[in-house]
Design a protein around this ligand. Sequence first.
Ligand SMILES: Cc1cc2nc3c(=O)[nH]c(=O)nc-3n(C[C@H](O)[C@H](O)[C@H](O)COP(=O)(O)OP(=O)(O)OC[C@H]3O[C@@H](n4cnc5c(N)ncnc54)[C@H](O)[C@@H]3O)c2cc1C
Length: 375
Amino acid sequence: MNGKGSIKLQGNKETVFTSLLDPDVLRNCIMGCKELIQQEENVYKVDLSVGVAAVKGKYDATMRLADVSVPESYKLIVHGEGGPGFVDAEAEIHLVDVDDSKTELTYTYEAQVGGKVAAIGQRMLGGVAKLIINDFFKKIKKRVGENECLGRRTSLMKPAVFSYLCPSTLEETIDMLTEYGDEGKIIAGGQSFVPILNMRMSEPEYLIDIHQLEELRGIRLEGESVKIGALTTQRELEKNTLIMECFPVLKEAVRFIGHVQTRNRGTVGGSLAHADPSAELPLSFLALNAEIIVQSTSDERIADINEFFLTYLTTDMMPDEILTEIQVPLNQPKGYAFEEFSRRHGDFALVSVVCLLSTDEAGKIESVRLALGGN
Ligand SMILES: Cc1cc2nc3c(=O)[nH]c(=O)nc-3n(C[C@H](O)[C@H](O)[C@H](O)COP(=O)(O)OP(=O)(O)OC[C@H]3O[C@@H](n4cnc5c(N)ncnc54)[C@H](O)[C@@H]3O)c2cc1C
């Protein structure tokens, strides 16, 4: 029985290598590993209890690391004996830098089994071996991500355990979203998502912090619209002269959002992606007929804002997509108003309304756009 494969892991070669040889990591990542005791340098005694398909039973195994070349490669040699028979396996592991923060691990292995377990057939055993190896690397991937993360820890934190990732480019972020799908969640300003994490209403495996993506910041005039980067803060929006000039209704709306402190961190893209029906920005951009730019590996699309908000805290974005920009057409009605009622200033609106209105020269109403929000 033999096989090979490769996997990309978060972290540079040194970090990954250290994790791979860490007995604590191995104990937690080897399927059915009950105990792993170091006997001498690079030799461990392992108690395994494997229960996959017909391969059930306990093995007393010895695991030896050979030809260790830090941080490039090593051999893993396993001999195990137990009720179901014996296993002899040898694997070669190589690490190559993909970039500063990613490593590619490639492996090849060969294994022989004997005794009762051999009777279940090579095809079945091949499948079981694959399953055990895939499980090992899935767990390793998670552990390496954990070691990469700064300040991550378990029971002392209010949120459930997650691995913290901090990409520095949009491309890297999209790769992570593609790779982790449902298991990864973006964090931008954190003003809505941190409370959600703390209340454990969301328990992502990977938290993808996008605050370093400079390309998603800023407000600029381009053609017939103003483009607002998703990471632009609510405070930047409030203070921006172009916004004041072209869309004064936004300035009216933003001052109702929380407090200066929350607006300093909360982002425009985060507000839209969060899709809280009582939030001021989704409502305002809806009235302004803005376009929302959403990106994934395969596509950059313009989401129709009229169909973007599906229901409470839900948009039409897929887990592998990121909101990158909001484009607001310059041609807007001249009349505007934003009003809301909340129990105290800074609280979420119980009810809010935005109105954009244009009149002809005689003062007769030509068009009205009204959007309603609230709890
Ligand atoms: C005390 C307090 C009072 C507040 N009061 C108000 C208020 O009155 N009105 C109001 O509107 N808001 C209020 N907020 C929420 C605040 O406006 C948030 O900043 C905003 O809702 C989310 O923006 P964020 O950047 O903080 O997003 P985060 O909290 O980081 O993320 C929110 C959600 O959006 C997703 N997300 C973020 N960015 C992107 C992106 N670019 N692409 C895809 N998904 C993304 C995240 O995965 C998460 O699901 C308040 C917050 C606090 C703490």
